[in-house]
Design a protein around this ligand. Structure first.
Ligand code: BV8
Ligand code: ZN
Length: 231
């Protein structure tokens, strides 16, 4: 299958990548499907990653994000991040909020769901960059005194318009859409696969689990498959 996919890619004029938590799994960053480990095992990410969760217990939500920030800071880009980052001809659309693709050298990354590397005010447009290795605790906006929160998209929140537009445009223009390490369950992000296919793109799926989104299936870990696919 890898040869079929490599042929498809060799002929591609406008390949685009679309990835989820599986891209960073081999860097040691837990995916959403895995049960949260340790302290967080008793919490539901769907609740913590929501405005309701933050309103109910802002300290807990900030502690969860800061734990994830520290893990992201300690993690290293894996060979899949590096193979993607080397392809400056490709737009990389990610659902992940870590910065491993950027740390691998990628320049054109579209974060559909925001980034752990920034905080934003829950009331005004004030934003701050965050040192993932040493993130601040719960604190207030210096401009309006609103609570600062991670600059990520929570469940029930709409995606940043500019990022969505860039991703949708890229999916429509793609002739090959490489779907890496995602369960394709969260919308509207997962809808990009249908948009790409409807616009005539060939879909190549890299996932440890067979099945999932229809397309050329490359079953195996991203850190092994993606470098072979893109070399
Ligand atoms: C919106 C940022 C509306 C935060 C994330 C019912 C109730 C409430 C809401 C909804 C509902 N039905 C639908 C919705 C909408 C909801 C949604 O889709 N829910 C789903 C669960 C049904 N969507 C939203 O709420 C979105 N907003 O709709 O707003 C609106 C509209 C207009 C105006 C106002 C409002 C916002 C969704 C964004 C949520 N934020 N992340 C944070 O990270 O903390 S989502 C988060 O979960 C990720 O970003 C990602 O998108 C998703 C997890 O998916 P994956 O990345 O795929 O990870 P997962 O663990 O699921 O899968 C890993 C895959 O990798 C697996 O397939 C596995 O096999 C594979 N894998 C593992 N290891 C490897 C591997 N593959 C290769 N190699 C490996 N080594
Ligand atoms: Zn503010």
């Amino acid at each position: 299958m890898i040869e079929t996919a490599r042929t498809i890619l060799a002929e591609a004029v406008n390949p685009v990548s679309f990835s989820g938590a599986g891209l960073s799994a081999e860097s040691g960053i837990a995916t959403f499907r895995e049960p949260q480990t340790g302290l967080w095992a008793k919490y539901d990410p769907m609740k913590l990653a929501s405005p309701e969760g933050f309103a109910a217990d802002p300290e807990l939500v900030i502690a969860w994000y800061n734990e994830r920030r520290r893990r992201a800071a300690a993690a290293q880009p894996n060979p899949a991040h590096r193979a993607l980052a080397a392809r400056h001809d490709m737009v990389h659309i990610v659902q992940n909020v870590d910065d491993l693709l950027e740390r691998a050298g990628a320049r054109d990354v579209v974060h559909l769901h925001g980034s752990l590397t920034r905080d934003r005010c829950s009331r005004c447009t004030h934003r701050e960059s965050v040192d993932l290795a040493d993130p601040p605790g719960l604190h207030r906006c210096p401009e309006c005194h609103g609570l600062m929160r991670p600059d990520v998209v929570w469940f029930g929140e709409s995606l940043p318009r500019a990022d969505w537009t860039r991703a949708e445009t890229a999916a429509r223009a793609a002739d090959v859409f490489i779907v890496i390490g995602t369960s394709a369950t969260v919308y509207p992000a997962a809808g990009l696969i249908d948009i790409a296919r409807a616009s005539g793109a060939s879909v190549v799926v890299v996932n440890v689990e067979p099945g999932g989104a229809p397309g050329t299936q490359l079953t195996g870990p991203a850190a092994e498959i993606v470098p072979q696919l893109l070399r």
